[in-house]
Design a protein around this ligand. Structure first.
Ligand code: GAL
Length: 421
């Protein structure tokens, strides 16, 4: 064998060794488990993204593991058991902000994704405020797929016209039209199962406390015992008196509460804009005709945001496939596949708005112009130790209708959760 041939073979072998690992990294294979609560009616946007992923990575079998239940009430409990039991899914849905940081990052269960943001050139593709929400101690801990708005009031324009009422700009205006609607045998405001009542509450609290008051609660700079906070509970109680809270609320999912508005059984519903996704994508209604929207009363000019994101837990089974999933989620194409169906706007700054419907275009404009605050009910502003206990605060209020008792309980759990401390 000539020396030349031997060196040729060595060079060839080295070249192959260099190529093989890169190839393996570029084309992940095996099973990828994605964990979320986007099941059934909530599924189409995620499913569309998975179709795209399958096209890009045909050697990966995606296991779309979902646990039904709006706002992740059930999924979070299952996730906790799995994470603590050493069986993390390859990637899971988590709200940007305290739900991510206060639960999984401080417990050292997540991988730092700064490398991905740098490699993919994402540092200036997402707003700095959103990156800040995903950051803790020098790391970035998940990839945001969207921006949802919490403080939206939904209605059917033709129904309001028939009942002779207009969209209330404040809760005082809502309370004025409440008797007219009741006289028409219509539920003025429909609520559903427990978490949807918390969801309504956060829009009412924002209206009554204003941006500074709301932010002050989460910075620990404002007391729950302040007069305006205690008085807010009374307004909340009057609003609930115009709802179905004591009738069938507990039996309704958020979709069923939306259905009541569409059917004309109820006039209004305050829900995040996944309701727009449901009405547009699942029910096939035209924004502005089949359904209308407005900022929840008293919150015009304020965008209460939350963001769904996916993270990379430590010690997962298919790291390469999970990183490829996160890359798709954070890409312009991925976000523009997902969000027009989901009822959310892209987290990225460069999405193609022509792909989005009239509601989403208006949300995108508000996102640019409005003051932005974070949602409690969807994980942005408070750690889970507070937000899950807030259900108890709500029970105390609903059971007693005593604002001072509710405020006392809220202050106690805020102290325990170290809010502001
Ligand atoms: C929110 C989530 C939304 C939507 C909603 C209803 O917490 O961020 O994407 O799924 O719950 O389930």
């Amino acid at each position: 064998m000539s020396k030349r041939f031997v060196s040729f073979m060595i060079v060839l072998t080295m070249a192959l060794l260099a190529v093989v690992p890169t190839f393996a990294q570029d084309a992940p294979s095996g099973e990828l488990e994605i964990f979320s609560w986007w099941a059934g009616d909530e599924g189409p946007a995620l499913e569309a993204l998975i179709v795209k992923y399958n096209e890009m990575y045909p050697d990966v079998t995606v296991n779309n593991a979902t646990v039904t239940g709006g706002s992740g009430v059930n999924a979070r409990a299952v996730l906790k058991t799995r994470m603590l039991g050493g069986d993390p899914p390859d990637s899971f849905q988590v709200h940007a902000g305290q739900e991510l940081i206060g639960t999984w990052v401080i417990a050292d269960r997540m991988e730092d994704l700064t490398f991905l943001f740098e490699e993919e050139g994402w540092m200036d593709k997402f707003p700095q405020g959103l990156i800040d929400l995903l950051s803790y101690e020098g790391g970035i801990w998940s990839v945001p797929v969207n921006i949802h708005r919490s403080n939206v009031m939904w209605y059917v324009p033709a129904n309001l016209e028939a009942w002779g009422v207009s969209v209330p700009a404040s809760w005082a205006e809502f309370l004025e039209i409440c008797p007219t609607l009741q006289a028409n045998d219509v539920t003025p405001l429909v609520v559903g199962e427990n978490w949807t009542v918390n969801h309504l509450w956060e829009s009412v609290a924002l209206a009554e406390l204003g941006v500074d008051g709301w932010n002050g609660l989460w910075a620990g700079e404002k007391s729950w015992l302040d007069d305006d906070v205690v008085a807010m509970w009374d307004t909340f109680g009057q609003i609930l008196d115009c709802s179905n809270i004591d009738v069938d609320a507990a039996t309704l999912s958020w979709q069923q509460a939306t259905d009541a508005v569409i059917a004309g059984d109820a006039a209004f519903n305050v829900m995040g804009d996944w309701a727009a996704g449901y009405m547009f994508t699942t029910l096939g209604l035209e924004p502005g005709v089949g359904f209308g929207w407005a900022p929840s009363p008293g919150t015009g000019g304020v965008f209460m945001m939350l963001s769904d994101s996916f993270g990379l837990p430590k010690d997962i089974k298919n790291h390469d496939a999970a990183v490829a999933w996160l890359k798709l989620l954070g890409s312009q194409e991925g976000q523009d596949i997902f969000n027009p169906l989901k009822g959310s706007i892209a987290g990225r700054l460069d999405s193609d708005l022509s792909l989005y419907n009239a509601y989403l275009q208006s949300a995108a404009a508000d996102w640019q112009m409005d003051a932005v605050v974070g949602s409690l009910a969807h994980g942005a502003v408070a750690p889970e130790s507070f937000s899950s206990e807030f259900a108890t605060v709500m029970e105390i209020y609903l059971g007693s209708r005593n604002g001072m008792s509710a405020s006392n309980a809220a202050q106690a759990i805020a102290n325990q959760a170290g809010i502001g401390g």
